[in-house]
Write a protein that binds this ligand. Structure first.
Ligand code: SF4
Ligand code: F3S
Length: 378
């Protein structure tokens, strides 16, 4: 906690802290949570008291959490938050009226609960969607209670105050929508154009980003600012590459050449092993997974770009390095090569996708180029 955060947490009203204590959350833990979530949202510390008070309000919106074509990884991410945490209480107090995985009701009873919430809280509830929406052959690949996922998502999301698409399948179609997309899978924003939707892609989503998004909604009554892909800027505004702990090795031309080699063991850059961090926007290096324990690159595996649209098609082969970029190598300055690489990758996406760029360039010379560049700098 910074000094500024410490000062601001002291401004949180005493009665607010007492009420959280009565719910079993110690004041220290609660203030720490408020401080962390405010920092994650990139909000000024002066808003900590407002965030704290918003979370204890009584007008918590009901949540309808729907799962369609997905692997349940996002629900798992939610459930794996260690107990008991303030974050869990936030979800408890949110009143999750419908979630097939965790609700006690089943069958017709569960469906009735869902439609009763839609009816009673029209324009007030939050819809959360996990998984993509199949549309081929009349949507028969995913039906619930005899109704297609397509019909359900359109009715529920059109009447929601806001919809949060969790995970890459709901945000962008994900693996079900990968070529040849046999089920005609759509993202939520494709299935319900015009609805108020925010995308939290990732395989799975990072539950910290979901918590922060909901806290923002509770505090300000609206969703956080997004990029052109509908992702919140606080979580997807920076490239993996820009905050990666291996970036120093990238800049110094120190690469792991094989999994398990000396460079790999010493934490060198995974670029040559296919890391897509230079073309992926996500806060994995700073927020990390499993309560800040680790993230893919820290664990020794390159980023596969799981939070980018069409990553299964455009980011594969996963163990081949990004397309060779003319002039790329050991940069004079990190920013210079970062910008050049981002522009070149964006160009490759736009023109052909990374996969076809590989096929065209398919450069057996790539490693040589890196080495030559490295030698030139020496
Ligand atoms: Fe990190 Fe990957 Fe960038 Fe290397 S290429 S610095 S491992 S994000
Ligand atoms: Fe996904 Fe890359 Fe983060 S693979 S989880 S965006 S490090």
């Amino acid at each position: 906690m910074t000094d500024e955060h410490k000062t601001q947490t002291s401004e949180v009203p005493e009665d607010c802290l007492r009420r959280w204590e009565a719910r079993g959350i110690g004041r220290r833990d609660f203030l720490k949570f408020c401080s962390a979530i405010t920092a994650t949202l990139a909000l000024p510390a002066s808003l900590i008291p407002q965030v704290a008070q918003a979370m204890e309000g009584d007008n918590r919106p009901p949540v309808i959490w729907m799962e369609f074509q997905g692997c349940t990884g996002d629900t798992e991410a939610l459930l794996r938050a260690s107990a008991p945490t303030a974050a869990e209480l936030i979800f408890d107090y949110l009143s999750i009226d419908y979630n097939e995985t965790i609700m006690a009701a089943a069958g017709h009873q569960a469906e009735e609960a869902k439609w009763a919430t839609v009816e009673k809280y029209k324009g007030q509830y939050i819809a959360v969607v996990e998984g993509s929406i199949p549309t081929a052959e009349g949507g028969i690949y995913c039906t619930i209670g005899g109704e297609s996922a397509y019909d359900i998502v359109r009715k529920v999301c059109a009447n929601a105050a806001a919809t949060i698409a969790v995970g890459t399948c709901a945000s962008f179609g994900g693996i079900p929508a990968a070529a040849p997309n046999p089920t005609g899978a759509l993202s939520v924003s494709q299935a319900v154009p015009g609805a108020t939707i925010i995308n939290l892609p990732g395989c799975p989503l990072n539950v910290e980003n979901l918590t922060a998004t909901i806290v923002h909604f509770l505090t300000f009554g609206k969703l956080p600012a997004t990029d052109e892909l509908g992702r919140p800027k606080f979580a997807y505004g920076k490239r993996i590459h820009d905050n990666c702990e291996r970036r120093g090795h990238f800049d110094a031309g120190q690469y792991a050449e094989k999994f398990g080699d000396a460079g790999h063991r010493q934490g060198h850059c995974l670029y040559k092993l296919g890391c897509k961090g230079p073309a992926t926007y996500h806060n994995c290096p700073t927020v990390r997974y499993n309560e800040g324990t680790s993230w893919p690159v820290m664990a020794g595996h390159g980023c596969i770009g799981c939070s980018e649209p069409n990553f299964w098609d455009s980011m594969s082969p996963f163990y081949r390095r990004l397309p060779q970029v003319p002039g790329f190598g050991i940069e004079q300055t990190a920013d210079k090569v970062g910008l050049g690489l981002a522009a070149a990758v964006a160009g490759a996406f736009a023109a052909h996708g990374v996969a076809s760029a590989f096929r065209k360039g398919d450069s057996l010379e790539d490693d040589k180029v890196l080495k030559d560049d490295s030698d030139a700098q020496d």
